[in-house]
Design a protein around this ligand. Structure first.
Ligand SMILES: [Zn+2]
Length: 210
């Protein structure tokens, strides 16, 4: 077993221990994912390149995705683990915050009663989502941290900021300058080892007690 495979096994068993109903599912075999890929038509790589977590189920593009690259899998599972923890902590509010403001477009069904409510369809536009952005930043901070701890790799800020400013997450934060600043701040915090509890937990699994 390579070093990364060992790390991956340790991370997966820690996730399973914390979330006994943790599951890994092939996206192509999931009806829900196939429907979602139509809704999320603006993200062309949704089925092939993106990992999606809903509740405690992580959807991967192919059955062999985990085996193909142990390091990639380990880094992604650490990121998704953060979403699982936040989802448990926030309950239904997590989905509301993550899907805001676009989710408020659902209110537009009231338009069949009074057409004024159709105005809520405006929420379907790529209006920035500070709440989704905040939740993703917590995930990407862990992505950066793992790359730093295990590979001594500094973040490629262009790539990170693109996740936030592009269609990848429905243009959740189009203000690139601020996005770059936030990422630099997060990486700075990680380098200083000023870690949040879940980051400390991951650090201890991967590196050991400080
Ligand atoms: Zn994420």
């Amino acid at each position: 077993m390579s070093k990364h495979e060992q790390h991956l096994a340790n991370i997966l068993s820690a996730i399973e221990y914390e979330f006994p109903d943790f599951k890994i599912v092939d996206k192509r075999k999931s009806k829900l994912m196939r429907v979602l890929s139509k809704v999320l038509f603006f993200n062309k790589n949704f089925m092939t390149r993106y990992i999606t977590v809903i509740g405690n189920t992580v959807y991967i593009p192919t059955k062999d995705w985990v085996k193909e690259d142990a390091y990639r899998a380990l880094s992604v599972f650490c990121h998704e683990w953060v979403h699982m923890k936040d989802n448990r902590r926030l309950g239904p509010l997590f989905k509301l915050l993550y899907l805001s403001p676009q989710i408020f477009s659902l209110i537009a069904v009231l338009g069949f009663w009074n057409p004024l409510w159709f105005l809520f369809l405006i929420c379907l536009l790529p209006v920035p989502s500070p709440t989704r952005s905040e939740l993703e930043m917590r995930g990407y901070a862990v992505t950066m941290a793992v790359n730093w701890w295990l590979l001594e790799q500094k973040p490629n800020y262009e790539w990170y900021s693109k996740q936030f400013t592009s269609s990848a997450y429905y243009w959740m934060d189009p203000f690139k300058k601020d996005v770059l600043k936030d990422h630099k701040k997060e990486f700075d915090r990680i380098q200083k080892q000023e870690l949040r509890d879940h980051e400390k937990q991951i650090f201890e699994i991967l590196i050991g007690k400080p």
